[in-house]
Design a protein around this ligand. Structure first.
Ligand code: GSH
Length: 51
């Protein structure tokens, strides 16, 4: 599983804590949705993290 997000988003942090608590392995894909060259739309048409 991949988790696309940033280290600063509280929404992403909530998911990371849940995954760690449940010991679910995941690949953390860093994505800054505020950068002009963000590729978040490739992952989520709403352009939001986490996804
Ligand atoms: N309802 C969403 C909100 C997620 C959200 O707003 N994430 C922010 C980052 S903290 C975001 O991706 N903002 C980008 C934007 O609004 O364009 C959730 O709870 O996951």
């Amino acid at each position: 599983m991949k988790l696309v997000g940033s280290t600063t988003s509280p929404f992403v942090r909530k998911i990371r804590i849940q995954l760690d608590e449940k010991e679910i392995a995941y690949e953390f894909v860093l994505e800054n949705v505020w950068e002009s060259e963000t590729r978040i739309a490739d992952y989520n048409p709403l352009c939001k993290v986490p996804c």
